[in-house]
Design a protein around this ligand. Structure first.
Ligand SMILES: [Zn+2]
Length: 435
């Protein structure tokens, strides 16, 4: 070893010891105690009164009744959420598009990928402040979602914990391709691949650049030009190849599918979640139950698309498709709830303005869930689809301190989910208007 190298290593050792000394100084755990008038226990499906949650650094260490009168340790920070407060786990959304343009149709072309990411930074903050502490971002250009996730994890910008898919896979000319421009522009979306080996290569490429989950388009969709919502895209053979490749590497697969045959093929291929699930039939329900497949059904945004879509540049073709599909999807949701299919809370945020994620709660109860079931779906159940149920999704000892609170009883008035007043993620308070 030459002297320059030895000198460098000594310098590094010195830096390392300086860092560990300062880390040691910080090692006394920071204890926070959050007092709430009510706590929604999503594990038991009950509401507990006068509860205290103790947090050390990023984790919950105690959930106790205030009647136990345990003295707060010296130096602990006490947060009192007030007499009418309802505390619960942070909400989760299994279908968002934080990165993207807020404008639809041809006007969206004025936004570069970089500009879309800057929107994403703002949307991440808005989403977190709306009470959503974990989201799954399904489809983004240029691995901008990977960058946003990493920036949030590094503490550079505030936002929810993100699971990201990178570019969605799709067939040539399908819903996840871009058919807006004529041939001479040569536009093709990044995730386009045809045939079992080509799709495997795309899955590998997405994983190479850091995705957590694989998303592909298994049928046409509302917002693509020239696709039929009900028509299957990808053969069963191609779907199986995508799922096999992803599962081999421990990644789950989310499949965009509105049409009956596309839904069933995706389930048979072994997909983990089906997104949208509009034209669901009885056989599709049976298959989902047999295979343990999750449904992520965005049953709120129909209201927004039909009322506000045209103003935001959505094309007449898209609006016509939504008019055909919206009600049918809600009826399918009702059937899925009745049949006991596994449901996550997925809203397709980005189709409607970010931060309105809580609006779907009302719809889920209108279409067959109990209010408690809706809360459990948006917390504990969605954490199971994400595969992180051992760390988040319940306010309990050992879980990460992701919690939100609302003034008033959201189980009686579900619109209160649009007015989350307190947000904590990993022990850090990002919003508190309740004190
Ligand atoms: Zn979507």
């Amino acid at each position: 070893m030459n002297t320059v190298r030895v000198g460098l290593m000594m310098a590094l050792a010195l830096i390392a010891s300086t860092f560990s000394a300062s880390a040691q100084a910080d090692e006394t755990p920071k204890i926070k105690i959050v007092n709430a008038a009510h706590l929604i226990d999503v594990e038991k499906g009950t509401v507990l009164d006068n509860m205290s949650v103790w947090i050390e650094n990023d984790k919950i260490t105690k959930v106790v009744s205030q009647n136990a009168k345990i003295a707060a340790p010296e130096g602990a920070e006490v947060v009192d959420l007030g007499p009418d407060s309802y505390l619960m786990p942070g909400l989760m959304d299994s279908h968002v598009h934080l990165v993207g343009s807020p404008i639809w149709g041809y006007d969206a072309y004025q936004h570069s990928t970089a500009r879309q990411l800057v929107y994403g930074v703002a949307n991440a903050k808005i989403t977190l402040e709306a009470g959503f502490t974990t989201v799954r971002n399904v489809g983004a250009p240029g691995f901008t979602d990977v960058a946003l996730r990493d920036a949030i994890n590094a503490g550079d910008v505030p936002g929810p914990r993100m699971l990201v898919s990178g570019p969605s896979l799709g067939i040539t000319g399908g819903h996840c391709d871009n058919n807006m421009l004529p041939f001479e522009y040569g536009e093709e979306s990044e995730g386009v691949a045809d045939g079992p080996w080509e799709v495997r290569q795309k899955v590998r490429r997405n994983m190479k650049y850091g995705v957590d989950v694989i998303k592909f388009c298994g049928t046409g969709g509302v917002f693509s030009k020239g696709t039929r919502v009900g028509a299957q895209q990808y053969t069963l053979e191609e779907m199986k190849a995508i799922v096999d490749e992803a599962h081999m590497a421990g990644r789950k697969v989310a499949v965009h599918a509105h049409g009956t045959e596309g839904i069933k093929s995706a389930i048979l291929a072994g997909a983990d979640s089906i997104e949208h699930v509009s034209y669901l039939d009885d056989e599709g329900i049976k298959l989902a139950k047999k295979h343990g497949t999750w449904f992520s059904m965005d049953i709120y945004n129909d209201d927004f698309i039909l009322q506000e879509g045209a103003k935001h540049g959505m094309t007449e073709e898209s609006l016509a498709k939504e008019r055909a599909v919206g009600l049918r999807q809600r009826q399918s949701f009702q059937k899925a709830v009745k049949a006991g299919v596994k449901l996550s809370y997925g809203t397709d945020a980005g189709v409607y303005p970010h931060g309105g994620n809580g609006k779907q709660m009302v719809k889920m109860v209108e279409w067959g869930m109990t209010p408690m079931q809706a809360v459990i779906t948006a917390t504990r159940e969605t954490s199971k689809l994400f595969g992180i149920e051992d760390r988040v999704g319940i306010v309990k000892e050992g879980h990460l301190a992701d919690m939100i609170a609302i003034k008033g009883n959201p189980l009686e008035d579900l619109t209160l989910f649009e007015k989350v007043g307190f947000v904590m993620k990993e022990g850090k308070v990002y919003k508190n208007t309740l004190q």
